[in-house]
Ligand binder design. Structure first.
Ligand SMILES: [Zn+2]
Length: 111
């Protein structure tokens, strides 16, 4: 595991509050796994795109393979669309916030 991967794992663990999203069991750095809500398959990548499949909101932090399976929503078109909507809303919010700060910086530079 690289330092970047270690950091990403620690960050993901901190984001979920240190417990399994499905059963609530406490997680440690070495025991948790990332569960794709829309499964990481060739078909899903073609349908939804890498942006959705690799997005943090598409990945649940869970304790076991059993909890991993519970997270799969790929069979439910409505749930998939809701998740995609959440991802787009989050990214749009981030985009608008960064635009706002860019413009603010430009304005401050003029004064
Ligand atoms: Zn669990």
């Amino acid at each position: 595991m690289t330092e970047v991967e270690k950091y990403q794992r620690q960050k993901a663990l901190a984001t979920c509050g240190g417990v399994c999203e499905v059963c609530g069991k406490p997680l440690t750095n070495s025991t948790w796994q990332g569960a794709h809500r829309i499964a990481n398959t060739k078909t899903n990548r073609a349908k939804w795109g890498n942006f959705v499949i690799d997005h943090p909101l598409n990945i649940a932090i869970v304790c076991s393979l059993a909890c991993n399976h519970v997270c799969n929503i790929g069979y439910n078109q409505g749930e998939c669309l809701k998740l995609v909507q959440q991802i787009v809303q989050k990214e749009l919010g981030n985009f608008q916030a960064s635009k706002y700060f860019e413009e603010k910086k430009l304005q401050e530079g003029r004064n």
